[in-house]
Design a protein around this ligand. Structure first.
Ligand SMILES: [Zn+2]
Length: 458
């Protein structure tokens, strides 16, 4: 309860502002006294006292006002306990919103916690702005983050799994052989809600099938049963972990990686054919080299002129024809993937997808003299079921990849992490920020008529 305007603006319940003095250096010095029922009660026996022993000033750190620093001087009484049977001789006034002995007002910690958790500011910067130490700011953030992240995730229909490197790998030189030896290469696997708005729902250190399966096995069976589709990269480790712990879920591979593989195979053929033709690597001026960018593009993105440029350049000799065959193989594979609903606006049927994949295998088999195509076809055949699932369900791992980007950004903002638990907390809070953010609303432009105006004194 505030009784005057200055105290209401200052906004610490239980303190009454007696004076505010803006200094030339921008610091506002605020003087306040205790104004709270029960502030003069002994903390041990609860008896109210009116015997003042001495006046003391305490100066807890407060938040800034309009950018300027605030120096709070809280003048409070040290009172003598009037209860003869109480063991305590003296005590100072205390108010509920400031814990006894606090050197920082709770709202400073709240501000630090909010800046780190909701605004993505590193704890060091939040601490510097608030004028507190890093441990104070970090502890405030950790308390808030743990309260938010501690609750188990809501059911997830589509789960995304991906990995990212934690920091840099460390190497040392073997004194015997002089070769590099890997000392540490640390990874985090993250789990993401693809069907809802929960963002990142979990992380685990390491990137083996056991690490991944461990996290999934820890989840309640009822939660695991609700998972219908799991999206992964073309990574056998994740597949094995999902097979073990989520036997009923369908697995979809991210189609971006499938296309990436086909583009890479076509580029490999182009490089090999160029080397065979010229006896050196391709360079500017070679006709094949000029097609580099066009061959990576989707067929439908090429203009008729660009399309004919590709055909005319590659039709000239056997080397060019090899490149063209690889390029067509890529497009045949894409034709199967392009049956997904997002592109055709109609639900694809499994038979159709498999037919188009068969056309792709058939093409690769007809050109088995190109080893890159044989390898590509074998890989696609190994992942066929997961590719078909991805096309039929339309589930992609794009959201997980975008969270990976945030995770890496967070590590850069922090200049790397020493403590993996700390890194996981910071990454997960960053990757769930969207869920906690309130919806953006425009400020109302309508003018309000002031009906009740305070009379100015005098
Ligand atoms: Zn007492």
């Amino acid at each position: 309860m505030f009784y005057d305007t200055a105290s209401a603006l200052f906004g610490v319940a239980g303190l009454r502002v007696t004076d505010a003095d803006p200094r030339p250096d921008g610091v506002v010095e605020v003087w306040a006294v205790t104004d709270c029922a029960g502030a003069a009660c002994c903390p041990d026996c609860g008896a109210e006292s009116s015997r003042v022993h001495e006046m003391v000033a305490c100066r807890p750190r407060d938040v800034r006002r309009a950018g300027g620093q605030v120096e709070l001087n809280w003048v409070k009484c040290r009172l003598k306990c009037e209860n003869g049977e109480c063991g305590r001789k003296t005590f100072t006034e205390r108010i509920p919103v400031v814990p006894p002995g606090a050197r920082v007002l709770p709202r400073v910690k709240d501000q630090c916690a909010g800046e780190v958790a909701d605004r993505g500011i590193p704890p060091a910067e939040a601490a510097r702005h608030a004028g507190v130490s890093w441990p104070v700011a970090h502890a405030a953030f950790a308390a808030r983050a743990d309260a938010v992240l501690g609750s188990p995730p809501a059911p997830v229909a589509h789960l995304g799994i991906d990995e990212h490197r934690r920091g840099r790998p460390r190497w040392e030189t073997d004194p015997g052989t002089g070769e590099y030896r890997l000392l540490a290469d640390r990874w985090h696997v993250n789990f993401c809600d693809l069907s809802g708005a929960q963002g990142m729902i979990g992380q685990v250190e390491g990137r083996t099938a056991d690490d991944t399966a461990y996290w999934l096995a820890l989840a309640p069976p009822a939660w695991r049963d609700r998972i219908e589709v799991v999206a992964i990269d073309m990574c056998a480790i994740f597949l094995s972990a999902v097979r073990r712990t989520l036997p009923r879920a369908q697995v979809a591979v991210d189609l971006f990686h499938v296309v990436q593989l086909a583009v890479k195979a076509a580029a490999d053929v182009r490089r090999r054919a160029t080397r065979e033709k010229y006896g050196r690597r391709g360079r500017e001026g070679d006709p094949e080299y000029g097609l580099k960018g066009l061959l990576n593009r989707n067929l439908e993105s090429l203009s008729p002129e660009q399309f004919w440029k590709v055909i005319e350049t590659l039709d000239g000799d056997a080397h060019g024809q090899q490149i063209a065959i690889a390029w067509i193989a890529k497009e045949k594979l894409r034709a199967a993937l392009n049956l997904r609903k997002r592109i055709t606006r109609s639900q694809p049927c499994e038979r159709q997808v498999r037919d188009r994949l068969f056309t792709f295998y058939d093409w690769c088999a007809a050109h088995e003299d190109i080893p890159e195509l044989v390898t590509l076809a074998k890989t696609i055949a190994r992942w066929e079921q997961q590719i078909v699932t991805a096309v039929l369900t339309g589930v992609t791992n794009a959201a997980t990849e975008s969270l990976n980007r945030i995770a890496k950004l967070e590590a850069r903002l922090a200049y790397g992490f020493r403590n993996p638990a700390s890194q996981r907390r910071r990454v997960q809070i960053a990757c769930t920020r969207g869920k906690r953010r309130p919806p953006r609303t425009a400020t109302s432009r309508t003018k309000r008529t002031v009906t009740k105006q305070k009379q100015t004194p005098g």
